[in-house]
Ligand binder design. Sequence first.
Ligand code: GLP
Length: 238
Amino acid sequence: MKVIKVKNYDEVSAEAFKVMKEVVANKPEAVLGLATGSSPIGLYENMIKDHKENGTSYAKCQSFNLDEYVGIDRNHSQSYWTFMHENLFHGIDLPEDKIHVPYGNTKADCEGYEKAMENVSVDIQVLGIGGNGHIGFNEPGTPFTEETHIVDLTEKTRSDNARFFENDINKVPTQAITMGIATIMKAKKILLVASGANKADAVAAMVNGPVDPACPASVLQNHPDVVVIVDEEAAAKL
Ligand code: GLP
């Protein structure tokens, strides 16, 4: 696990963009594993700017997102489908039919998403990290062997994400569909970005703690190519 410490969120985003750009420059048909949350927004802004100014093209790429809430429509303002269109897809040339975001709440929906990924290999998987060490929506205790599945969101995750639902935890969905840890670990390269003091405990457990489902992100210690980019606050307990 390579850990890059920088000063602040803008530097996290700029460093993350360099990693992403190298992957796409070397492989124009790269398969991008994408994430939501506030952490990768700066990376996505850099990708849009670079696409507009330097013409980097995603026309041959395809994307697979990590997760989606259950129980809200794709067109809901807080769905991850909407998030990805507003924060990235509107500004690059990734074809709409190459975009994959999981959706649904049945076993068949989960299997369908795995099937869509069956013959592709994700070249770079972007990740944020939850305050409790979750990746995607794999909450603490999730077995590392899980593939795409439906999860009950923890109270911690729902309260962390209430800021996107008018600060009302009751409006935050109680379940999500998420790639499992086994799905995430198949990616060739993993790029995790974290910033802010509320991530310091999770980052320390991911990097230095035991590899244990109690901190889902700790599994990344077992992956051969992980780049973690953290700002000073998120790195405070390393
Ligand atoms: C959500 C997402 C995760 C994300 C996490 C952290 O729970 N499912 O993929 O990493 O939030 O979000 P943020 O980057 O906003 O702190």
